[in-house]
Design a protein around this ligand. Structure first.
Ligand SMILES: [Zn+2]
Length: 162
């Protein structure tokens, strides 16, 4: 299913862990609407700015998948239907993550609850790193540095990072 000119639903739901464990990772209608919202208003704008592919590394996670990948219980990746919230992890092809982080957090004027530059445990493996972007009905505008899946201390930053 195509969501916009540059994004398909499968990019939001496909997961090596889900495949491996046979987890059916399907959003309901409310969750799908919110996934579309983030795709149109956030991801397409980032894609338009860089004119480069935005690669979703983790999008929607049903509760089973969220648990399987070690996500926190209240992770916005679960898209709980009772709240206007949701999250996506991504990279921009050929652009460094600090550059993307600085643009999204400080220049883009995009509405975010949290933008996190997340680093995986393996420092040499850029594949583990991503930008986590979460929305909320009343976005807090928090820009943070930390480790993937809330495994370490998170540090809030208030200006672009080097
Ligand atoms: Zn995330």
């Amino acid at each position: 299913m195509r969501l916009t000119s540059h994004f398909f639903l499968r990019e939001w739901v496909s997961s090596p862990t889900a495949r491996e464990k046979g987890i059916v990772n399907s959003p309901n209608a409310v969750q799908l609407e919110r996934i579309c919202w983030i795709t149109v208003y956030i991801l397409e704008r980032i894609r338009l700015y860089y004119k480069k592919p935005v690669i979703i590394t983790s999008g929607f996670r049903c509760p089973e998948l969220n648990q399987a990948v070690g996500g926190t219980l209240n992770s916005a990746h679960r898209f709980p239907t009772e709240l206007f919230t949701g999250a996506v992890d991504f990279q921009v092809s050929g652009v460094s993550l600090p550059d993307v982080f600085n643009f999204v957090a400080f220049d883009s004027r995009l509405p975010y609850d949290q933008v996190i530059l997340e680093r995986g445990k393996n420092r040499d493996n850029e594949k583990d790193n991503c930008i986590h972007y979460a929305i909320a009905a009343e976005p807090r505008g928090e820009a943070l540095l930390g480790m993937t899946l809330w495994q370490g201390d998170y540090r809030q930053v208030f200006e672009p990072i080097p």
